[in-house]
Write a protein that binds this ligand. Structure first.
Ligand code: ADP
Ligand SMILES: Nc1ccn([C@@H]2O[C@H](COP(=O)(O)O)[C@@H](O)[C@H]2O)c(=O)n1
Length: 202
């Protein structure tokens, strides 16, 4: 199994790049795992308490579970993956079964900060977009899709997202084998990664 890690700041375009990469590739051979599914179980907290959690700190992620799951998939075994709800800020009661694939893409802001997870990636990619681009994209998403208001989103960016990005996410770029500039759509970089995957599949 070829495991490709795709990190980058919030709004850098990780999900978009992943979707461009897997577009038209056979989905029985290529799978995607999102770091979002591995936020810690916060069932012991109330919703207002959960909303105050710093979701941009590495401690927010259940890295041992992610490592266990990647190891099982690498060994050809299926996993039961938690399903995350952004509205509830918690795992739901559901699980989905993920089967092993020839190629696995793992995406998330913090995946390259953890040494054990990093070591499992055959290729490490960092998607870069300037902070103003990322802020604009994040504002649009939080206001249009997640019911936040302008002030709350800007406060969150200033007090949490930016400091966490500077402390943990941006420094993890040094581990990347490939950095994809994504202020604009980058079809050349996407084609290169698709080429690598196609070689693995043939
Ligand atoms: N190169 C780009 N140019 C303009 N908008 C983009 C680009 N890449 C992504 N977007 C948009 O930015 C938003 C965040 O992208 P997304 O892929 O969800 O980022 P991430 O997964 O890194 O948070 C989405 O609305 C997406 O359509
Ligand atoms: N309940 C939550 C959990 C996380 N977030 C934010 O998601 C961002 C990571 O996802 P990207 O698709 O943007 O990479 C991260 O910055 C968290 O702040 C959230 O809003 N609510």
């Amino acid at each position: 199994m070829l495991i490709i890690g795709i990190a980058g700041g919030t709004g850098s375009g990780k999900t978009t790049v992943v979707n461009q990469i897997i577009n038209e590739l056979p989905n029985e051979e290529v799978g995607v795992i999102s770091q979002d599914s591995y936020y810690n179980d916060l069932s012991h907290l109330t919703l207002p308490e959960r909303k105050k959690v710093n979701f941009d700190h590495p401690k927010a992620i259940d890295f041992p579970l992610l490592e266990e799951h990647l190891t099982l998939l690498k060994d050809g075994k299926s996993i039961h993956q938690p399903v995350y709800s952004f509205l509830e800020c918690n795992r739901t009661d559901e699980m989905i079964v993920i089967h092993p694939r020839k190629v696995l893409l793992v995406e998330g802001i913090l995946i390259m900060t953890n040494p054990q997870i990093r070591a499992m990636f055959d290729i490490k990619i960092f998607v870069h977009a300037d902070s103003d681009e990322r802020l604009i994209r994040r504002l649009k998403r939080d206001i249009n899709e997640r019911g936040w208001n302008l002030n709350d989103t800007l406060d969150c960016y200033q007090n949490t997202l930016k400091p966490m990005h500077d402390q943990f996410i941006e420094p993890s770029k040094e581990y990347a084998d490939i950095i994809i500039p994504n202020n604009k759509y980058n079809t050349v970089a996407v084609d290169i990664v698709r080429g690598i995957i196609n070689e693995k599949l043939t």
